[in-house]
Design a protein around this ligand. Structure first.
Ligand code: NDP
Length: 375
């Protein structure tokens, strides 16, 4: 049965595609690590829209969001994204597959997909409202996918898409950075040693910025190796004391949040378009606690209040969010192949060890990424 257009179903034709089930790690309810369940009978993904592709997953990676989502974080918002008309029952997302990074090979293309062909090696960051990459196959929109860098294998490539798409959205879309306006800009990255931080350092260094990194003492070698010009050890005392003595910054990327907001904005140049962008926002927590309408209202009031307060002091306060973008990944792939960005793989697990990979992530103190060999 081959449908045409939105909402129709393409029954898959090749031998691999005649299957209706696949191996995957799923959760059937929210909770701690014991809710992770391996099954050989997860639903095989189907192409529902003509711009979609099915990717055979070779490698996946975990992000802090996976641990949070396993516990139910963001459930209200992601439910709305999956089912905007709110037709389906509560719990219709289960069995849910986590995993936001994929590197793999295109197996099947929707009727309108011209940019990819079966056999192409691709990578992607998967939006959190879609089924994830801890499975043998995943279905994605063509515009979320990008050709994987030629110079990396799948395990290395899986370490990059979600943090790259997040850093790109925060620094380029929200922060207004480009490779042309970056040289000479002073950029402060708080929480520099994790997934987003290690990517962001490399990206803005490749574009010529001056980077100050805030991290633990034992991450100094890592972040300097990625190009950080100045490193502040937050474990040696309040980082703001050391940072205050430095020249002011044009942009701050905050991957830590919480108390940092109290002092970080004072480190920005005033009345020069300087921006503070935090990745740690109450948006999903608000919608989980208050529902979509009230949660969004609370979020809007909170962010608007902070934006106006800081604008009156000549600096910009912003929230950064992950945004899926195959185009951004195309540019990142070029930077990777040009030797400007390398993967920072801290831990590697087999597909059978997915629960251990989650445990590893939950321990915190990441130094780059935790990847999973799915193939
Ligand atoms: P990681 O867990 O990979 O990295 C966090 C890093 O921060 C670790 O290296 C940790 O090491 C370090 N750290 C912790 N406390 C401090 C501190 N006080 N000062 C400096 N460094 C510190 O997380 P990610 O990089 O993947 O993500 C960063 C944050 O951004 C997370 O909170 C994540 O949820 C959020 N995020 C938000 C997104 C959005 O759409 N809004 C998208 C992606 C991420 P150590 O403890 O050893 O110092």
């Amino acid at each position: 049965l081959v449908g045409e257009g939105r909402g129709t179903v393409r029954r898959l034709q090749t031998s691999a595609h005649r299957r209706t089930v696949m191996p995957a790690w799923v959760i059937d309810k929210y909770g701690s690590n014991e809710v992770l369940r391996f099954t050989k009978n997860a639903n095989f993904p189907i192409i529902n829209y003509p711009n979609e592709v099915i990717v055979k997953v070779h490698a996946a990676a975990l992000n802090p969001l996976d641990v949070s989502m396993r516990g139910g974080y963001g459930a209200a918002t992601f439910h709305m994204m999956r089912d905007p008309l709110n037709i389906k029952q509560t719990g219709s997302e289960f069995p849910l597959i986590l995993g936001r990074d994929v590197s793999g090979v295109i197996m099947e293309c929707g009727l309108n997909v011209t940019y990819y062909r079966p056999g192409d090696e691709v990578w992607a960051a998967i939006p959190p409202w879609k089924q994830g990459s801890l499975a043998e196959f995943v279905v994605l929109s063509g515009n979320e996918v990008s050709h994987k860098p030629r110079t990396m294998d799948h395990l290395q490539a899986a370490a990059i898409p979600y943090v790259a798409a997040t850093a790109w959205s925060a620094l380029v879309t929200t922060g207004g950075l480009t490779k042309d306006n970056c040289p000479k800009k002073r950029i402060l990255i708080i929480g520099a040693s994790g997934g987003v931080g290690t990517f962001a350092i490399q990206m803005v260094k490749a574009w010529g910025a001056h980077v100050t990194a805030v991290c633990s003492q034992n991450a100094e070698g890592l972040v300097r190796g990625l190009g950080a010009d100045h490193v502040v050890d937050y474990t040696a005392g309040p980082p703001e004391d050391q940072l205050k003595a430095l020249d002011k910054f044009d942009l701050i990327l905050d991957n830590v949040g919480g108390g940092t907001e109290k002092w970080a904005l004072d480190l920005l140049r005033s009345w020069s378009g300087a921006k503070y962008i935090t990745m740690v926002t109450p948006f999903l927590r608000n919608t989980d606690a208050l529902g979509i309408a009230d949660g969004m209202m609370r979020t809007g009031v909170t962010v608007a209040t902070k934006m106006f307060k800081h604008l009156s002091q000549g600096r910009h306060y912003r929230w950064g969010f992950f945004a899926p973008s195959g185009r951004a990944l195309d540019e990142v792939a070029e930077m990777v192949d040009a030797g400007q960005i390398r993967p920072i793989v801290e831990h590697q697990f087999s597909f059978a060890q997915v629960p251990q990979a989650f445990q590893q992530l939950e321990r915190g103190h990441a130094r780059g990424k935790t990847v999973v060999n799915v193939l």
